[in-house]
Design a protein around this ligand. Structure first.
Ligand SMILES: CC(C)(COP(=O)(O)OP(=O)(O)OC[C@H]1O[C@@H](n2cnc3c(N)ncnc32)[C@H](O)[C@@H]1OP(=O)(O)O)[C@@H](O)C(=O)NCCC(=O)NCCS
Length: 443
């Protein structure tokens, strides 16, 4: 793909890289956990990703190959997926498994792999890339902390046991059982309805649910356990948790959904009972105590709001990048139009120009309603350009577009976020409300 110097070539992955890449990543990822030994869960995950995973093909890997040996010495993978932002589809690539063999580090291989990845997504029209990982490191590659899907308190096992004891059976006929592949269509239906709501979600189709339930190698680090909430034979919700206790004895919860918002108290009670039961089961087969449930969910998640009090946690934050903020705005056009319509706001000029210091978006209006968004080159000096209504740094635009920060928050922290007048400020405040996040990404 690229040959920037003689030693390495950057190329797409191939199915027959599986053994080499499994070995490479098992020996570089999570080494603090294994004490420098190969990580079997990472190896199994890489093998799964290169062997019929529903969200990846081998080509989604990028590999730096040492031309002297023909061996992969660094790689990463991008998993393409469709998220839904308040009902609007958003193509996202989740970047995982960034790693370089120790003897090849410091050769800018990671930088080159990301450059190739970003070029690929620019060509394919994938507007958003996300990654979790080393603090600050990915800022250097153009990423911004613009998303958080955790921050819920950790709930001590003792607090869960106490509510079981004090208030038995509050679950109103709801039971929780392990999911089977026969539940996949019902689970996909729940996700479809969730995606029509106002949150940022990562819905799974039936094939992806089947994979999560029964498709992964048992050692796969990304394997989770899916349980369903049923009323009679009716599947009404799901709960997705870890397949073992963490080193600290915690049971993680990565997703929880329920179809009937008004019945959440009963659903949460059934989920808590189930988690307590699972935690004790895991404890019985592991040589460690079940200490707590740790939801990788936001503090406003309906399950979290109905949890016993826990130990507060600071959200870790995800890195997000967009190569073309104007294109991102164009994708959100239906959402912007709907938000302005709901607020009864009509723009008084034929166009609004939002400049992102390099690229700009030109929003067109007919009778006050948004009809088109196109990207164009930004002004040389947007802060003084008379045609520009708002100048928003690309990182701040990401925060706004994903509903991570509101306009008042951005204005407080970004002196180079500039608005022409009060009317523009009102419009953009309405355009970008805070959005709840309920994302369990595909990995
Ligand atoms: C992080 C890692 C992928 C970097 O690989 P690399 O190919 O050497 O990276 P590059 O040569 O492109 O960049 C090197 C720069 O990154 C910095 N860097 C490397 N590892 C870093 C770390 N863990 N934290 C912060 N900075 C790091 C280097 O100091 C160097 O900085 P410099 O440009 O100021 O000299 C590699 O160290 C690795 O495989 N680590 C173990 C696995 C891991 O942690 N992966 C990331 C999971 S999110």
């Amino acid at each position: 793909m690229t040959t920037q110097n003689d030693r390495y070539v950057i190329r797409p992955g191939r199915a027959h890289d599986a053994i080499d890449l499994a070995r490479l990543h098992a020996s570089v990822q999570l080494q603090a956990v294994t004490g420098g030994q190969p990580h079997p869960g990472i190896a199994a995950w890489v093998e799964d990703l290169l062997d019929g995973h529903p969200s990846v093909v081998p080509d989604d890997f990028l590999v730096a190959e040492d031309t002297a040996t023909g061996c992969p010495v660094a790689s990463l993978v991008g998993l393409r997926q469709q998220w839904s932002l308040a009902g609007v589809q958003l193509p996202v690539a989740q970047v995982e498994l960034v790693g370089t063999a120790p003897e090849h580090r410091g050769n800018r291989l990671t930088e080159r792999l990301f450059a190739a990845l970003h070029k690929r997504y620019a060509a394919d029209g994938v507007p958003v890339q996300v990654i979790e990982g080393i603090p600050y490191f990915y800022r250097r590659l153009g990423y911004e902390y613009a998303l958080a899907n955790d921050g819920a308190p950790t709930v001590p096992a003792a607090a869960l046991l106490a509510i079981e004891h004090d208030r038995p059976d509050r679950s109103a006929g709801l039971t929780v059982r392990p999911a089977t592949v026969a539940d996949a269509d019902a689970l996909a239906g729940i996700d479809r309805r969730l995606a029509e709501g106002n949150a940022l979600v990562c819905p799974r189709e039936a094939a992806v649910w089947r994979y999560e339930i029964g498709g992964r190698r048992s050692a796969d680090l990304a394997r989770r356990v899916v349980a369903v909430l049923v009323h009679g034979v009716d599947v009404r919700g799901y709960l997705v948790h870890g397949s073992r206790l963490s080193a600290a004895g915690e049971l993680i919860v990565v997703a929880a959904a329920y179809d009937r918002p008004t019945d959440w108290p009963a659903a949460a009670a059934a989920m808590h009972t189930h988690l307590t039961h699972v935690g004790r089961q895991y404890e019985a087969t592991a040589d460690k105590s079940f200490t707590a449930v740790r939801p990788i969910l936001g503090p406003d998640h309906p399950l979290v709001r109905r949890s016993p009090a826990g130990v507060p946690r600071r959200p870790r934050g995800w890195y997000v990048r967009t190569g073309d903020p104007a294109n991102l705005l164009a994708r959100l056009q239906p959402l912007l139009r709907a938000r302005w319509q709901t607020a009864d706001l009509r723009w008084h000029e034929p166009t609004m120009t939002i400049d992102m210091y390099g690229r700009a978006a030109r929003l067109e209006f007919t009778d006050g309603e948004l009809t088109d968004v196109t990207g164009m080159r930004g002004a040389v000096s947007p802060s003084t350009d008379p045609e520009t209504h708002a100048a928003i740094p690309p990182g701040a635009l990401l925060q706004l577009a994903l509903g991570h920060r509101t306009l008042p928050e951005v204005l407080e922290t970004w002196p180079d976020c500039l608005l022409r007048d009060r009317r523009t400020e009102d419009f953009l405040t309405t355009a970008f409300p805070q959005v709840p996040v309920q994302v369990w990404p595909r990995n």
